[in-house]
Design a protein around this ligand. Structure first.
Ligand SMILES: CC(C)(COP(=O)(O)OP(=O)(O)OC[C@H]1O[C@@H](n2cnc3c(N)ncnc32)[C@H](O)[C@@H]1OP(=O)(O)O)[C@@H](O)C(=O)NCCC(=O)NCCS
Length: 177
């Protein structure tokens, strides 16, 4: 487990799958994600098995918040495309529990993920891609130190139109400041 003030990150379990399926089929949640097609329990089980075959560092982490005496899962985050020679990786995150958006949990989870990436995995650069029409995500990333470094113009077709994909990253030296 990796802890911060209000949240913890833990390894995902098979028992998490039904919640993930529910969240990832929610149009509002998936608006910011790459997923475009309906996702079944079997699809997600297949994803889970493939995930287990990937290096441990690239396994996603389930985000949990402490509510009363219980820890309750609210989303998922993690690294992918880790390049060990360049010590660079990409991150992804979603808070599936919409009632908990705008309460700082996404920012706190990303802060924790950056700490894990820089201090445990010894990465030097952490990058992400975010749709231009997702200001909540952009604001959250800016708050933890991601800087804008470019855009893929009309990089994504969603809901009948092309949108730009913003490229953001944070370097270890910037994060340490
Ligand atoms: C993006 C996401 C991870 C952010 O997590 P969160 O817990 O909701 O965000 P936080 O509360 O930590 O921070 C959101 C910030 O954006 C601001 N914000 C919210 N809506 C906004 C808007 N329309 N325009 C500008 N800023 C906005 C909030 O006020 C807050 O900033 P503040 O603390 O300075 O006031 C979460 O909303 C989510 O998972 N969304 C669906 C999936 C997704 O889009 N994932 C990201 C893919 S790149």
């Amino acid at each position: 487990m990796i802890y911060s003030d209000r949240i913890r990150l833990r390894a995902p379990e098979r028992a998490d799958i039904p919640r993930f399926v529910g969240w990832l089929n929610d149009p509002e949640v998936r608006a910011g994600l790459l997923i475009a097609l309906p996702l079944s329990q079997a699809d997600e089980e297949g994803w889970f098995e493939q995930m287990l075959a990937r290096p441990l560092e690239e396994h996603p982490l389930t985000i949990e918040v402490h509510q009363g005496e219980e820890w309750s899962m609210i989303g998922n985050c993690g690294f992918h495309n880790i390049d060990w020679r360049s010590r660079a990786a990409e991150v992804g995150i979603f808070i599936g529990e919409k009632s908990l958006w705008n309460k700082g949990y996404g920012t706190e989870a990303m802060q924790l993920l950056l700490k894990h990436g820089f201090q445990t995995l010894n990465l030097n650069r952490i990058a992400l891609e975010v749709y231009e029409n997702n200001p909540r995500a952009v604001r959250s990333y800016e708050k933890v130190g991601f800087v804008h470094e470019g855009r893929k113009r009309q990089g994504m077709y969603k809901d009948g139109k092309y949108i730009d994909i913003l490229l953001m990253s944070v370097l270890r030296s910037e994060w340490q400041e």
